[in-house]
Design a protein around this ligand. Sequence first.
Ligand code: SAM
Length: 275
Amino acid sequence: MAETLSPGELQFVCNSYDIVGDIAIIRVSEEARMFCKAVAEAIMAVHKNVKTVLAQMSPVLGDFRLRKLEHVAGENKTATVHRESKCLFSVDVEKCYFSPRLFFERMRVARLVENGEVVVNMFSGVGCFSIITAKHSSAQKVYSIDVNRSAIQYLKENVRLNRVYGKVIPLLGDAKEVVETKLCHVADRVLMPLPEKALEYLPYALLALKKTGGWIHFYYFEHAKKNENPVEKVKAKVAEKLENLGVVFEIPYGRVVRTTGPNWYQTVLDIRAVP
Ligand SMILES: C[S@@+](CC[C@H](N)C(=O)[O-])C[C@H]1O[C@@H](n2cnc3c(N)ncnc32)[C@H](O)[C@@H]1O
């Protein structure tokens, strides 16, 4: 872009973008709006497989975790097929949450799953964690809940694309209600990939676990100053909640999954609990 924009203009151009299938999603500040087309052309010149460039016009919002998108260049579309860890994900990025940034975390979890495990994914979206787990482990079943009807439609399509019929089970509804009515004490492992609701829904993750106990993968956003450790801060919050619930637990592992803003981190804890 140094060839098309001046150094003064370049400072407004955000240099991080996501590629989902053949769609690139760019973030644009108010000041950089007029350079959108130039940014899109630069991305399409570098990534020959990108057919569409969309601009993200809002943060990820609401229960469905969606963002407002605007077409900038190329084909005017929002649906695509993304490839990750030898799996295919059909998704409409306007109607469903999708982040290609969690690919390492999804494989990390899939590799922990042991033969014959029953997994409950409380917030499955179009099924990235669920399908990668089904494909790369010998899990018996991966129950996959989402409250967004479009996400469940795409999940069903992805079950077909990846041939995991009978192994990944899509369930539409609020995770609290679905666990209470259909999935009490069935799981060896529960995934909670919705940081905003993880603490509130923790009692339902415990309810889904077998009475003999199991694992919970708990995702959470935490603020931490330079001298603070975000993972330790989350551990303290979760430990307090679990102690109040009278649960026997240990938290042998935690890590920062990614940085989400200045002093903000997405973290994960692997919790072993007996409900
Ligand atoms: C951050 S996304 C994660 C999606 C997916 N696990 C992934 O990695 O692509 C969270 C998902 O939770 C869903 N969701 C939000 N509230 C929910 C609830 N109460 N019960 C079930 N799903 C919910 C949203 O629709 C969204 O698809």
